[in-house]
Ligand binder design. Structure first.
Ligand SMILES: C[S@@+](CC[C@H](N)C(=O)[O-])C[C@H]1O[C@@H](n2cnc3c(N)ncnc32)[C@H](O)[C@@H]1O
Length: 215
């Protein structure tokens, strides 16, 4: 067995033992242990949330007073008083409004994205699609994330990754790259912890949610 397969199996086993729905949960655990960007009482958005590993981790961190809103093409069906889910395509025009309502009409402290398209096997195509998903999350965050808020985003490495990294740098005060241990060493994905959201002013079609349709 190769080293990366052994590591993948280790995190799968750990996820099963600790009751997490995905080994991806350990990527968020590692990042939040290092940067401590999710606190009790926070409101967290999770784009590309199914099957729900990150939501479980975020729900533990925000506690009873906080809220986690997960969005995915697939139903998540995770129970919890501090959990809401929206089954939708992030590209749908009404998704911003649905998230805004789920948040109770106020902005989130943290935006997460582990969005990944179904992989075709043609890397340029998959990377381009993943880049578009990430750009869409940045667009939605213009209305939904509070000023000075935090983010943790997956990005496939490839032709468009420099362009997206530049967008992160333009829209956040500081950007840190992470390759979590639970991310397979052979996979060309990196994660970015971003702090200090500069707000709707940096989104092309930005604007404050109040008085606008946050789609
Ligand atoms: C790697 S998985 C997320 C795993 C999750 N972070 C966890 O811990 O369980 C990526 C998710 O992105 C979702 N996704 C891909 N394209 C999407 C889109 N256009 N809109 C919403 N979700 C999408 C997929 O359905 C998939 O569930």
């Amino acid at each position: 067995m190769r080293v990366h397969e052994a590591r993948r199996d280790l995190y799968r086993r750990l996820a099963r033992e600790q009751g997490y729905r995905s080994r991806a949960a350990f990527k968020l655990i590692e990042a939040t242990e290092k940067y401590r960007f999710i606190a009790p009482g926070d409101r967290v958005l999770d784009f590309g949330a199914a099957p729900g590993g990150w939501m479980q981790v975020a729900a533990e961190l925000v506690g009873e007073e906080g809220l986690v809103v997960g969005v995915d093409l697939h139903p998540i069906r995770l129970r919890g008083r501090n959990i809401k889910e929206i089954t939708a395509d992030v590209h749908d025009s009404g998704v911003g409004q649905r998230v805004w309502l789920a948040l109770g009409g106020s902005q989130a402290d943290v935006a997460l994205s582990d969005l990944a398209p179904s992989v075709s096997g043609v890397w340029e195509l998959d990377q381009g699609r993943q880049a578009e998903l990430t750009l869409r999350v940045l667009e939605l965050s213009g209305r939904l994330l509070r000023d000075e808020g935090y983010a943790f985003f997956k990005l496939f490495e490839g032709e468009r990754s420099q362009e997206i990294r530049n967008e992160f740098k333009r829209r956040f005060r500081a950007v840190h790259t992470i390759k979590p241990r639970a991310s397979r060493s052979v996979s060309s994905e990196l994660y970015y912890y971003c702090e200090g959201w500069r707000g709707a002013g940096t989104a092309e079609r930005g604007g404050h949610p109040e008085g606008h349709d946050p789609s």
